[in-house]
Design a protein around this ligand. Sequence first.
Ligand SMILES: *Cc1c(COP(=O)(O)O)cnc(C)c1O
Length: 387
Amino acid sequence: MSARPVPLIDLQAQHAAIRDVVMPAVQAVIERQQFIMGPEVRDLESAIARLSRVPHGIGCASGTDALLLPLRALDLRPGDEVITPAFTMGATATAVHNAGGTPVFVDVDRASFNVTPDAIEVAMTPRTRAIIVVHLFGQMAPMEEILNLAERKSVPVLEDAAQAIGAQRNFGGRGGAWRRAGETGWAASLSFFPTKNLGCWGDGGMILTRDDGLAERLRRLRVHGGLRKYFHEEVGTNSRLDTIQAAVLLAKLPFLEAWSAARRRHAEWYTDRFSAQGDVTPPWVDPANEPIFHQYTIRAPRRDELLQHLTARGIGCAVYYPLALHLQPCFAHLGHRPGSLPEAEAATREVLSLPVYPELTDAQREAVASAVLEFYGGKGVGGGRKA
Ligand SMILES: *Cc1c(COP(=O)(O)O)cnc(C)c1O
């Protein structure tokens, strides 16, 4: 078998497939020269809000700002605490710090990598001002239970849905009730970073909310704290979504559902391939969830060696995330010790994300699985089953 490289993600393949749709949309913005808050921004906000089944979408400059702005709206004071998972991208917790609060880190569930209501409850204090729930790798956390807890304690839940646009979870009850990522929290943040499931051509983000007052406040905060130019009701910032980025995203949006379905198909295929093999632990899918597989993340013994093995064969893979947030140098002042959040720390040593992008071909998928199985001495090369 020729070792043809398989990238972790292939944005060029995606662009080649949709060039004819995206380029004219961008061209139109360029011809019109309305780069700030052009009509595409409004259109995208409505479209993403509809997709996520909330009344308000507020475009902003990045997924990081989509976390920061709603946290700013909480008017945190020194010592105010915001609960956040220790196993996530750094922005989830640095946003808390930058909004003036203190991140309180909680451990994650071994199977789902997501936060649990139990861990959150234990971490709550009278100073808890918010809970951030990250739907990691594209699978929703048990929101219905977390919302119950949060309602009992009157604490708002901010969903970090940067990796979970369009993901769904069945909240149960009579007949079942499918809820989207970002639909049920006090607010939710999305990222349009190029490698996210819906990515633009630079940085971009959006906040979702059902709260009319919050939506108005966020629209103000992103334009210097006042909707009337040169009048500032409060101290805001510049965090708008560029019109060009909105145009790119609007052009890509109709493909998102099919892309997510392709990711799920790839994931199922891998999991099928890996299940018979004893070493690799495929990602667990909660039966209540329909994930979007932003990442396909296995647990692997001798992870670093496997990473080297795959890299040497031209197979893209990466560790999301190599260091838990409570142990990051930037949070050293919080005084956490290694061993305090064991599942988050174990995950950083064991996880490896494999290529799961929609355009992955059958041959590439086979190459990835074969190389993984070959490392563990299983039946790797050839004999691959058809999809
Ligand atoms: C990507 C990401 C962010 C930050 O988004 P940016 O657009 O890169 O600022 C925040 N949280 C999570 C979980 C992410 O994956």
